[in-house]
Design a binder for this molecule. Structure first.
Ligand code: SF4
Length: 424
């Protein structure tokens, strides 16, 4: 029997970091309960925000942020997203639309509980359009449903050929919108912009990112002490809690676990078990996390994800306020998902070297088309320049109708065989 046809029923155990098991559940539960409580208090200001929105601005004004994309992941892992998506489709939302969006439409319409993807009604909604135009249509739709205001940041895309002068103009444009948001949030909350408080929040946010980057540095080791099974869960504080202490202490606990693993010369799999180091690009299939355990059963471990890495960029802090806002604007524009394809290819190829990768999985996500643009070019360039297998995997993050077990298993086996023959 070849390596690629071994019995996947006897799954290898990918050891999660102990702090994830002991701390993360409590952090998420506490956040969800608080979210329910906050949205029930008429005087408490709550907002729905999206990925790519600077959540720190909410904490500055004591606005409690709620994250419908995260709630849609909860529905996916609870395996209830399909019934919510089908409900949204029964209202006329198309099969082609983002499954997070439809999960949220279903969660609101069917009034499910928080363990099934619901979040409380917000006092307003705020998003950017960075990477994603769905954010805008989604939040317009729900702002109309709730009859509450919606604030949208318009973020320019730094396409190929964007020079420094043009970038500075883009930053001016985004900073103007920060000032508009500060005025908007001030009116809603009755609070003034507090520079000292803002700096403290940004310091904590930067610290959280630094710890995330340190965690990633350890992933360069063989065997990797941190798998996607860890990062897909541990990303939660970076998405929702940047600027608070709770994420910092959790990441410090993760680093302690990682260092202990490294000292024992082992990893998420053991040195003997880890055969192939793989990059996974995109959002995981929340309803089928088993996929990653099945990969691990062939000795393939996900060692890098641009998606989770992108939530914790290096942040410059301690600048005068005008420069600090410019820096925040630069970060929102300069995200890997906004890169022109040439820059994206360079980014991937550097990661392949740094993390000693044997293969790449590009999740060509039916739902998240904006983040999949350029994947065919990316695949061709990596195969040509680096000579490693690239699996362009058609699927969906929250819609299980896009996932068929047997075809997926066949493709996984082919991918493993390609990596195996490439290593000979
Ligand atoms: S299209 Fe992608 S980025 Fe946009 S809301 Fe859906 S999952 Fe998020």
């Amino acid at each position: 029997m070849s390596e690629a046809t071994q019995d996947t029923k006897k799954l290898l155990r990918v050891e999660r970091l102990p702090a994830i098991n002991s701390q993360l559940g409590k952090i998420i539960k506490n956040y969800l309960m608080k979210s329910k409580f906050m949205s029930s208090l008429p005087w408490k200001k709550t907002a729905w925000v999206t990925a790519g929105f600077p959540v720190e601005l909410c904490y500055l004004f004591d606005i409690f942020p709620m994250h419908p994309e995260n709630a849609a992941c909860v529905a996916g892992t609870a395996k209830v997203s399909l019934k919510l998506i089908e409900y949204a489709e029964s209202l006329g939302f198309s099969r082609d639309l983002c499954s997070y969006f439809k999960t949220n439409i279903g969660a609101v319409g069917k009034k499910v509980g928080i363990a099934q993807g619901a979040i409380g009604k917000p006092k307003f909604l705020a998003s950017t359009n960075t990477i994603c135009d769905t954010h805008v249509k989604w939040f317009q739709t729900q702002a109309r449903e709730f009859k509450v205001p919606y604030f949208c940041f318009d973020i320019p895309v730094a396409v190929a050929g964007t020079d420094d002068a043009r970038m500075e103009e883009y930053i001016d444009y985004v900073v103007d919108q920060f000032n508009e948001f500060i005025e908007f949030a001030g009116k809603i909350t009755g609070k003034k912009f507090d520079e000292n408080k803002f700096n403290t929040i940004l310091q904590k946010s930067a610290k959280l990112s630094d710890l995330w980057q340190e965690i990633y540095e350890y992933r360069k080791l063989l065997p990797t002490p941190v798998s996607f099974q860890d990062t897909m869960a541990a990303i939660f504080p970076l998405v929702i809690l940047p600027g608070l202490d709770i994420g910092i202490s959790f990441y410090e606990a993760l680093l302690k676990d990682i260092k202990e693993r490294v000292a024992k010369n082992t990893g998420s799999l053991t040195k003997e078990q880890e055969k192939y180091r793989v990059l996974f690009e995109g959002i995981p299939m929340w309803y089928k996390i088993k996929f990653f355990h099945e990969l691990a059963n062939y000795g393939a471990i996900i060692t890098y994800e641009p998606y989770t890495f992108s939530f914790g960029p290096k942040k410059k802090i301690g600048l005068p306020i005008d420069k600090q806002l410019r820096e925040l604007a630069r970060l929102i524009i300069d995200t890997p998902y906004n890169y022109a394809v040439e820059k994206r290819i360079k980014y991937f190829e550097k990661v392949i070297d740094d993390y000693k990768l044997d293969g790449i999985i590009l999740h060509s996500n039916l739902s998240c088309r904006p983040s999949c643009t350029g994947m065919v070019d990316l695949k061709n360039a990596i195969q040509k320049d680096k000579g490693i297998p690239v699996w362009l995997m058609d699927c969906d993050m929250d819609d299980p109708r896009a996932y068929a077990d047997e075809p997926m298993k066949n493709r996984m086996e082919s991918f493993i065989e390609l990596m195996a023959s490439n290593k000979k």
